[in-house]
Write a protein that binds this ligand. Sequence first.
Ligand SMILES: Cc1cc2nc3c(=O)[nH]c(=O)nc-3n(C[C@H](O)[C@H](O)[C@H](O)COP(=O)(O)OP(=O)(O)OC[C@H]3O[C@@H](n4cnc5c(N)ncnc54)[C@H](O)[C@@H]3O)c2cc1C
Length: 316
Amino acid sequence: MKADAIVVGAGIIGALAAYQLRKRGLSVLLLDAGKEGAATLASAGMLAPYPEGLSGEVLEAALLGLESYPELLAELRGLGLEVEAGFAGTQVVALSHGEGEVWGAAEPPSYPVRGARGARTFPGGYVHPRRLREALLRALAAMDTPLVLAEVERVEPGWVHGRGQEGGFSARSGRILLAVGAWAGRFGLGVRPLKGEALVLESPPEGRPSMPLFAGEGYLLPREGGVYVGATSREGWAPGVDLFGLRWLADYAHERFPLLEKARFQKALWGYRPMGELFVGEVDRGVYAAVGHGRNGVLLAPWTVGRVLELMGVRP
Ligand SMILES: Cc1cc2nc3c(=O)[nH]c(=O)nc-3n(C[C@H](O)[C@H](O)[C@H](O)COP(=O)(O)OP(=O)(O)OC[C@H]3O[C@@H](n4cnc5c(N)ncnc54)[C@H](O)[C@@H]3O)c2cc1C
């Protein structure tokens, strides 16, 4: 097997990278191991540079991400691929006088929150990460680039070695991207998993917030006609949603938001955030890595992919 570029990992980073490379005429081999706990499949997808407290170069990268999404989504819509998203802003709701001062929370909250002392709306929004990934994979399939289910075991300049549905294989390329999320430690990169759990609740229209809303330890946003409530944070590998996480999320939703008191449970989600230092660079000749996106991988994906293309010498 041979391709102009091999992308290892099809979370939001790998799927978007493969899409942008293929769109520019390169042949792409996109490999994914189908790991349980991939972050993108559980992610809230908030585009919230300011409430997330980002600064410096990462804030700039995040603002670029926020700015890029409407165009990307319009492009996908043009291909008949609609992705749930909103760009009305993101709101921080202060729960104490001190918090109100720190955030300059002088507005009334856009959604009822028990104990609210004021709110502030920032530029921002959200996108549905799993749906976005699905849309990118469909667009890739339409460009003769199907996702290949395979686990990469070893990478060296020019080569990727792994195991697919038909056994061991090797594939050749001068451009290899590792976008393997929390599993990057296997390739010698300093990333560790931070498990996050979340709930999706069914809700009538009046129970849905109009934008992502941060209040205290958690947050809410619109999702699939209901409400996404997130999220827990626990270090380490521990698959699944446990009772501790479930109870925290249910109590948070129930106690903080009067409109959710009678909301019905739809599903629980979980995934491993890839924590560590954000790294987008070359790790060996022709081998690149885009890892360590932590809590902001969806927001940072457009910038990350732009940088990867630049490093690979591919026309932006
Ligand atoms: C609960 C939760 C809420 C979040 N909320 C937000 C948010 O509001 N805003 C935001 O911007 N970010 C958020 N994040 C973070 C964001 O989702 C992640 O930073 C982002 O999804 C990381 O994308 P990724 O492509 O690097 O990793 P992943 O989505 O984890 O994808 C990695 C892929 O690599 C594959 N893989 C791993 N090892 C191999 C291998 N050896 N061979 C082949 N394939 C392999 C896996 O199967 C997986 O599909 C949240 C995360 C969680 C868990």
